[in-house]
Ligand binder design. Sequence first.
Ligand code: RB5
Length: 150
Amino acid sequence: MDEKRETLALASDHGGYWMKDFVAFKLREAGYEVKDFGTYSGESVDYPDFIHPLAHAVNEGEYHRGIIMCGSGNGAQMTANKYPHVRAGLCWNVEQALLIRKHNNANILSLPGRYVTFDEAWQMVEVFLNTEFEGGRHTRRVEKIEKIIK
Ligand code: RB5
C-alpha cells in the first residue's frame, strides 16, 4: 500500500479539537487523506459521540488506522477499546508511541490534547505511522487481549 495515500481517521472532543485540526493539517501536508469524524468546533461535547463512529469504522476495517484525542486522552481511548478489533494506545511521549506499534500492534493512537504540545503530538503521530509491529512473542500476547474470561 502507498502509505501516503492511506486515509487516516481522526476524531476528538472539544479538549482535542485544536490538536486534531493541527494534526489533520500536518497529515494532509504529508500527503495523507484524512477522514474527520468531528468534533468541528471548540464547543463542549461528549467524547463518545465522536469516538464511537470512528472506532466502529476501524473495527469494521473501513480505516486501517485512526488518531483520537480528548483532554486527557483517557475517555477517547476507553471508548475506542470497547471494540474487539480496536487496539487504542494512550501516548504522552514518543517512546510510548513506538511501543504501542512495536509491541501492541495498535491501530489507534490516543493523544491528550491538553497535556502535550502540538509538536510533541506530531512527533508521536509520525512514529505511530512509521513503526512496524515486531511480531514474534508479541503476536501471542496481542492475540490474547481479545480472550476475555467469561
Ligand atoms: C472534557 O472536559 C474532558 O473530560 C475530556 O476531554 C477527556 O479528558 C475525558 O477523558
